[in-house]
Design a protein around this ligand. Sequence first.
Ligand code: TXA
Ligand code: MG
Length: 355
Amino acid sequence: MNTRILPVSADDPDSAAVRLAADALRTGRLVAFPTETVYGLGANALDAEAVSSIFTAKARPASDPIIVHIDQVSDLSVVAVDVPLLAAELAARFWPGPLTLVLRRSQRVPPVVSAGMATVAVRMPAHPIARALIRLAGVPVAAPSANRFARPSATTAAHVLEDLGGRVDFILDGGPATIGLESTILDLTRATPTVLRPGAVTLEMLRAVIPDVQLVARYLQPDQDGIEAPGMLLRHYSPRAELRLFAGELARVIPAMRQAARDAAAVGRRVGLLVPAAEREDFSDLPAVVRLLGDDLETISHQLFDQMRALDRDGADIILMHGLEQRGLGLALWDRLVRAANGQVIWCEAEESGV
Ligand code: TXA
Ligand code: MG
């Protein structure tokens, strides 16, 4: 298959390129498109065969369900049934935007979309190109992140091409995704609404609407069994290089990372460091490739997957990074880092006083 990249401006989302892509979607083909979170690999959600081809293109296990994207709230009734009032309230507050709701699946959505489960995950994205594409296609669009399975999500058209070139008909290039981390997933089919994946609609924001909202923090107990949602497997979002994640007090974390960098380099490993820009001087003298991430949570999230991929291209064998605060968007960042690190966190605790 020949992959065509079509540049599109967010100021002119109804362009001929988007109409061409919408026609392709309607006829069962695959289109990668930008959203405000990450790029999606889209297919007509009502066409089981088209959705199956997503799994093939991504090398994604059939047990991992896919999010359905809609363009207007009224389309919820096409893809879901028994929609609770709370869903309408959340939609009014957070849609269009980076929030995905898990609801009961309508018969019109083929089981393959949801890996055979009775539920369906639904989101109305905010990106003008995504919205125009869905509207012009006239069908709900099933779309996982447009990366090969378990790789860092694609946040640019170049990432999509890197992972899926020759496996997708069209890539709409609308520039880098602004948020850079995937949407928050909130399950409304349980007795208590539960966040399955933290994202840019933060736990704090959800708590203002749902005081008892819960979080399934799988990454906090990586050894416990019982997978909460198919596809929530631990190792995910991973660069090819091994990612080693440090946590704790910065005054201890930085020396520990410096030592780890020297130790790895001493045994011939190519070391990559992923650090906030303000820490450049702390690491600049090491035998390592240092890539900078900006300094606030928004910028770090926006750049994370791009810089992970860049370190892979640099040929890094091991990447060292430290965590940041676990509040707000920081919780989403922490979730992706722990999973990219396969659950291995090196805690650099403060020494106990009086010892
Ligand atoms: O921001 C996003 O959500 C992006 C853009 C393209 O919208 N999409 C995305 O899709 O991240 P994906 O497939 O990479 O991740 C979706 C996750 C999967 O890990 C899957 O387990 C979960 O959503 N999911 C999908 N349907 C579900 C369902 N019915 N119940 C529980 N989890 C579900
Ligand atoms: Mg994904």
